[in-house]
Write a protein that binds this ligand. Structure first.
Ligand SMILES: Nc1ncnc2c1ncn2[C@@H]1O[C@H](COP(=O)(O)OP(=O)(O)OP(=O)(O)O)[C@@H](O)[C@H]1O
Ligand SMILES: [Mg+2]
Length: 361
C-alpha cells in the first residue's frame, strides 16, 4: 500500500512549479486585520497570561469566547489540559522521517527539533540528524557544533560510526542529536566521487540501530533535517528514511515547487527506496486571522487530506526566540501557543503511527 501513496498524491496534486494554481489564493485579510508582529506579540502575551492561570485537572476555565484573543486563550487551555505531561504511544518499529521542502525558511528545522522534543517529552527515544551545513538544528538543541566537533560529515564522508558523533540533548531526556558542522558544506561535492554515495546515511543509521539493539535499546524516531535543496545530502536523507515530513508555510507561493519535490520523491522511490512515502504534512506559521492562511490550508488539505495533520502551528515570537537560547520552544516556553501546537502535532503523529503499527500486526 505504501507504494501507491505518493503516486496517488501526484495524480491529485495539480500544483504547478510556476505557482499558477496558487495564484487564486488572495492576499485579503479578514477585518479586523491585526496581522503582523504586534499581533503575534499580543498572542504571546496572552500565552504568558495563560501560563499564570491555574487549570484544575477537571476543568477548562469558562471564558467569553467572543473575541479572537479569548478564543485563542481558551483553545490553548484546552490543549494544555489534554496534552501536557501525557505519555505518547510509541511506534512498534523505528520511524525514520526526512523533514524536507526545498523552499527555504518554511520551518523545516523548527518543526524537526520541536516535534522531536515533544515526542521525547512524551516518553520516546528520538534522534535528530542535522544534515544542513547551517547547523541550525544542532544550535536549537543546544549541541556543540564548532569545526572540531565530530559530526555527520565524518559519518558521511569518512564512514565513521554514527555512535561516535551522537550527543545527548542537555535539556530533554531521550533526545539525541548528530550535529552538523560547517565541514558539511563541502560534503555535497566530496560525496560525488565516493562509493555508494546515495546510501551512506542509510548504512550508518542501520549500523547504529543494530549497535543499539545489541545493547538492548531502541530508537523510536529519527528525524533528518534537510537543507533547502535537492542535492546529494537530501538524496541520502530520502534513501535512509521511510517517511517524508513536509512542513508547509501558510504564505503566498506556499505550494510552489511542491510538485517538483513530489516528483523527486517518486524518482527516489522508483530507483533507490521503494518504501519512501509522504506520511505527514504540517501547516506552519498559520495565522487564523488572515484569509490567506485559511486558503492555503484548504488548498493543501484538498490535495493531501490524509497526510495533513489537523494541528497547525501559529506564527509565534516564542518559537523564533527559542533557538537563540539553545533550546526548543518545548523547554523555552512550554505553555506558549507555539509549544502547545507542536505538542498537539506530535501527539497526532504518534497516534497515527501507533494505528499503522496495529494495522501491520
Ligand atoms: N511558527 C513560527 N513562528 C515564528 N517564527 C518561526 C516559526 N517557525 C519558524 N520560524 C522562524 O522562521 C525562520 C525559518 O525557520 P526554519 O529555520 O525552521 O526554516 P527552514 O525551512 O529550516 O529554513 P532553511 O531552509 O534555511 O533550512 C527562523 O528564523 C525561525 O525561527
Ligand atoms: Mg533549516
Amino acid at each position: 500500500m505504501r507504494g501507491t501513496t505518493v503516486g496517488a498524491i501526484s495524480e491529485t496534486a495539480s500544483v504547478s512549479d510556476e505557482g499558477t494554481e496558487t495564484a487564486d489564493v488572495s492576499r485579503e485579510t479578514d477585518p479586523p486585520a491585526a496581522a503582523g508582529d504586534d499581533a503575534v506579540a499580543e498572542s504571546d502575551k496572552a500565552a504568558d497570561a495563560l501560563a499564570n492561570v491555574t487549570v484544575r485537572d477537571d476543568a477548562v476555565p469558562e471564558t467569553d469566547e467572543d473575541t479572537p484573543l479569548a478564543r485563542a486563550v481558551a483553545e490553548d487551555a484546552r490543549k494544555r489540559e489534554a496534552l501536557v505531561g501525557r505519555e505518547l504511544p510509541r511506534p512498534a518499529e523505528t520511524r525514520i522521517l526526512t523533514v524536507a521542502n526545498q523552499k527555504g525558511g518554511v520551518g523545516k528545522t523548527t518543526t524537526a527539533v520541536n516535534i522531536a522534543a515533544a515526542l521525547a517529552q512524551g516518553g520516546a527515544t528520538v534522534l535528530v540528524i542535522d544534515l544542513d551545513p547551517q547547523g541550525n538544528a544542532s544550535t536549537a538543541l543546544g549541541i556543540e557544533h564548532h569545526s572540531e566537533v565530530p559530526s555527520i560529515y565524518d559519518v558521511l564522508v569518512d564512514g565513521d560510526p554514527l555512535s561516535t558523533v551522537v550527543q545527548p540533548c542537555p535539556d530533554i531526556e531521550g533526545l539525541f542529536c548528530a550535529p552538523a558542522t560547517i565541514d558539511l558544506a563541502g560534503a555535497e561535492i566530496e560525496l560525488v566521487s565516493l562509493v555508494a554515495r546515495e546510501t551512506r546515511l542509510k548504512k550508518a543509521i542501520t549500523a547504529y540501530t543494530q549497535e543499539l539493539a545489541e545493547q538492548g535499546s531502541t530508537l523510536d524516531y529519527v528525524f533528518i533535517d534537510c537543507p533547502p535543496s535537492l542535492g546529494l545530502l537530501t538524496v541520502n536523507a530520502f534513501v535512509a528514511a521511510g517517511e517524508v515530513f513536509i512542513p508547509i508555510q501558510c504564505e503566498y507561493y506556499a505550494l510552489e515547487g511542491l510538485s517538483q519535490l513530489l516528483r523527486n520523491i517518486e524518482l527516489i522511490r522508483d530507483h533507490l527506496n521503494p518504501a519512501l512515502h509522504v506520511s505527514t504534512i504540517l501547516l506552519t506559521m498559520y495565522d487564523g486571522r488572515t484569509r490567506l492562511s485559511a486558503q492555503v490550508a484548504d488548498e493543501v488539505r484538498s490535495h493531501f487530506a490524509e497526510q495533513t495533520l489537523k494541528a497547525t502551528v501559529p506564527r509565534s515570537v516564542r518559537i523564533s526566540e527559542a533557538p537563540s537560547h539553545g533550546q526548543t520552544v518545548m523547554t523555552y516556553d512550554p505553555n506558549s501557543s507555539g509549544a502547545l501546537s507542536y505538542l498537539e502535532a506530535a501527539s497526532e503523529m504518534a497516534a497515527l503511527g501507533a494505528e499503522k503499527s496495529e494495522d501491520r500486526s
